[in-house]
Design a protein around this ligand. Structure first.
Ligand code: NAD
Length: 295
């Protein structure tokens, strides 16, 4: 297939590389020259704007951008995608954004005859490189089936979540729970160690007991408990605290719009905001344990 790809950052670049590896022709655009050059060297064609990508003979156009404001700009701006794209092109936004914006942009695409899916991902940069991402997809189910083979070149679990915006709903609900559970894991580990427990023994007990969760087992925030976790590497790499703060903001904003209480989610957002304001926004999100201890 011929595929347009806009947004070649930590996630988008390896995703576009996997499309090239699968034999697709890829037309790319990003604001950062070095990112474009890397894809060009791997065989992609460079374009000069989102509209220029949209004007190519493409079947599918994928975007992987930081936040809602960039998605609106790239799709709805003057040199944007919708102003230039042919009706036959299927649009897929894989950025993590709020469900309301995803629904607004999909409605504008539909009004001019374009099918659009929201398809945010989980699995991090490692999953993007390995082609093992989970895609949470919202939109028309028949359109989802058309997109599935292309998404499979970048991911392992491709899950249909319902109508437009529902991919983003699944993503914000999961990440809100992750933020809350990481803070809980940090508090519990710090309490136990402060009261005299060995961190590895404590984690071993939690992970065979009812307190067990992904944040205690796979990604424990206490240094030295899980050798491969960012906590054991000075909280470098992984999923940045500022990205978690963004996702908690999406969850609380979506909850406000829907008039649904998210008490723990709002508390988690404020704790990550505190952590970020202390200059730790670039650390892995499990570094939140620093709020409770000297780790
Ligand atoms: P990133 O900041 O590394 O990359 C975003 C890219 O978009 C950059 O290269 C930037 O230059 C480009 N961009 C911004 N505005 C643009 C515009 N107007 N036109 C063209 N390009 C533009 O971010 P990332 O880590 O790749 O994340 C992308 C999305 O995926 C975010 O919504 C993030 O929340 C989500 N996500 C990230 C991870 C992760 O572990 N990094 C995991 C899951 C989901």
């Amino acid at each position: 297939m011929n595929i347009g790809f806009i947004g070649l950052g930590n996630m988008g670049a390896p995703m576009a590389l996997n499309l090239l590896k699968a034999g697709h022709h890829v037309y790319v655009y990003d604001l950062v020259e070095s990112a474009v050059q890397m894809l060009e060297a791997a065989g992609a064609s460079r374009e000069s704007s989102p509209a220029q990508v949209a004007r190519q003979e493409i079947d599918i156009l994928i975007t992987m951008l930081p936040a809602s404001v960039h998605v609106k700009q790239v799709y709805l701006g003057d040199e944007g995608v919708l102003a230039a794209v042919g009706k036959q092109v299927l649009l897929i936004d894989s950025s993590t954004i709020d469900p309301q914006t995803a629904r607004e942009v999909a409605a504008q695409a539909a009004a001019q005859g374009n099918d659009m899916l929201d398809a945010p991902v989980s699995g991090g940069t490692g999953g993007a490189q390995a082609g093992t991402l989970t895609f949470m997809v919202g939109g028309d189910e028949a359109v989802f089936e058309k997109a599935r083979p292309v998404l499979q070149a970048m991911g392992k679990n491709i899950v249909y979540c319902g109508g437009a915006g529902n991919g983003q709903v699944a993503k914000v609900a999961n990440n809100m729970l992750l933020g809350i559970s990481m803070i809980g894991a940090a508090e519990a580990m710090n309490l136990g160690v402060s009261l005299g427990m060995d961190p590895k023994v404590l984690a071993g007990i939690i992970n065979t007991s009812s307190g067990r969760c992904w944040s205690t087992e796979v990604y424990n925030p206490y240094p030295g408990v899980v050798e491969t976790a960012p906590a054991s590497k000075g909280y470098a790499g992984g999923f940045g605290a500022d990205l978690m703060l963004k996702d908690l903001g999406l969850a609380t904003e979506a909850a406000r719009a829907a008039k649904v209480p998210v008490v723990m989610g709002a508390a988690a957002q404020q704790l990550y905001q505190t952590f970020s304001s202390q200059g730790h926004g670039k650390l892995d999100f499990s570094g939140i344990i620093k709020l409770f201890s000297n780790q």
